[in-house]
Design a protein around this ligand. Structure first.
Ligand SMILES: [Zn+2]
Length: 72
């Protein structure tokens, strides 16, 4: 079995669960979920970093912020 393909399939589904890690901007109250093996997500993360450059960005679990933050 090719596990790298398996990982990608899982990531492309972008299933969100409460213990998923997210990057969140405290200033703008926006977050993005982190999918380490998903190239599309890597690009979105770059866009997120660009938009929130100079802001306070934290890494937290989704369940800690999802009620107060907007999805990027
Ligand atoms: Zn920001």
């Amino acid at each position: 079995m090719d596990y790298s393909t398996y990982d990608n399939e899982i990531n492309f589904l972008e299933v969100e669960h409460k213990y998923m890690r997210t990057r969140a901007c405290i200033k703008c109250r926006e977050y993005i979920t982190i999918h380490p093996n998903n190239p599309i997500n890597q690009n979105t993360l770059k866009s997120f970093d660009k938009k929130h450059k100079g802001h306070t960005v934290i890494t937290v679990e989704l369940n800690e912020i999802k009620d107060q933050y907007q999805k990027f």
